[in-house]
Design a binder for this molecule. Structure first.
Ligand code: UT7
Length: 328
């Protein structure tokens, strides 16, 4: 008797954004910038910012509930939780465990993964393996962030980019894929291009200027160029691994860092922008929340339909990047 691997499929999606909206006009009053510059260089018009005391897990709870409701899944059916974030509520317990408690789920493995903006794709890839190997039958996969907590609001080169939010999917087993393949990359050689340099081990000491360096630092232009190149090549890698032509893709669901990076990836795929889910104008860059937020937007407004082929991709600090090809 041969052992046939299962596949995983997305049974439901959900998302949540904090109430407060910070517009480009608001930012004009905080740093030397303009709505025109931000829109032209990034495509961002506004972003959502968590309220004081509102944490990453607070944002994840409603997103997870919506995904579970869409999947028709009760809390006691979830048997694996994986939570992608680089802005956890606390060092430990991990955000997966905190979310598990908030959802009233008892005794299933729950873990968080950190691969900066690629965390959700990494989490999705790991959950897919758990389902395929029969280790899980109902996985909750989350990408959630409160990036606003690690933004230097006096630095115009980064303050304009980031926002807060959460997205989630429920994965279940299926005889047909589902998730056709995932592809993950990291190149730590580029660790100094995009980073937040503090942690319990390294310490929380003030830098030379006397400020606590609990901030995102980014060599934006260099990151931009590597992002365009890496996402271009991961698109080729993903299509080649599945023996597919780019014309097979129905929807590109990209990481929402910059409209110009998204346009470059769409161009690589010969896709018109009408076939790309774009939320960057309203969300800004929400790091690991950005792909599941965009996915949920496309599903809920009816653009993404069952049976269609989706290409998800993300890129972030590490540098890390990844993709997932999904028959929705
Ligand atoms: O999600 C993780 C991955 N992150 C990314 O993928 C982000 C990648 N990088 C980017 O999206 C872009 O590089 C940025 C949007 C961050 C910057 O755009 P850019 O076209 O690369 O601009 P730049 O950094 O080359 O700066 C151009 C000019 C500079 O002025 P000078 O030196 O030409 O006089 C900057 O000082 O724009 C200036 N500038 C600004 N001006 C007004 C930088 N930030 C601002 C600002 N408002 N907010």
């Amino acid at each position: 008797m041969t052992f046939k691997l299962k596949h995983s499929r997305i049974a439901g999606t959900g998302s949540h954004l904090p109430e407060k909206v910070l517009t480009n006009t608001d930012l004009e009053k905080m740093v030397e910038t303009s709505d025109q510059w931000i829109q032209e260089r990034t495509g961002i018009r506004e972003r959502h910012i968590a309220a004081q005391g509102e944490t990453t897990v607070d944002l994840a709870v409603p997103a997870a509930r919506r995904a579970m409701q869409a999947a028709g899944v009760e809390p006691d059916e979830i048997d694996f939780i994986i939570f992608g974030t680089c802005t956890p509520d606390q060092v430990f317990p991990n955000c997966g465990a905190l979310l598990q408690d908030r959802l009233g789920i008892r005794n299933c493995p729950a873990v968080s993964v950190e691969a900066a903006c690629s965390s959700f794709i990494y989490a999705l890839s790991i959950a897919d393996k758990f389902i395929r190997l029969g280790e899980a039958k109902c996985a909750l996969v989350v990408g959630a962030e409160t990036l606003s907590r690690i933004v230097d609001w006096t630095d115009r080169s980064t303050a304009i980019l980031f926002g807060d939010g959460a997205g989630a999917v429920v994965l279940k087993p299926a005889d047909e894929p589902g998730i056709l393949s995932t592809h993950l990359h990291t190149d730590g050689f580029y660790k100094d291009l995009l980073y937040c340099p503090v942690g319990p081990s390294k310490g929380f000491h003030a830098d030379e200027s006397g400020r606590m360096p609990l901030f995102i630092h980014m060599a934006g232009n260099e990151v931009f160029k590597i992002a365009v190149k890496s996402l271009g090549s991961i698109v080729d890698e993903t299509l080649a691994a599945n023996g597919l032509d780019k014309s097979a893709i129905d929807w590109l669901v990209p990481h929402q860092a910059n409209i110009r990076i998204i346009q470059a990836t769409a161009k690589k795929l010969d896709m018109p922008m009408e076939k790309v889910i774009v939320t960057v104008a309203e969300h800004g860059n929400t790091s690991s929340a950005s792909v599941p937020l965009a996915l949920d937007a496309g599903v809920r407004d009816g653009r993404i339909k069952r049976g269609q082929l989706l290409l998800l991709e993300a890129f972030g600090g590490g540098l890390t990047w990844g993709s997932a090809l999904i028959r929705y």
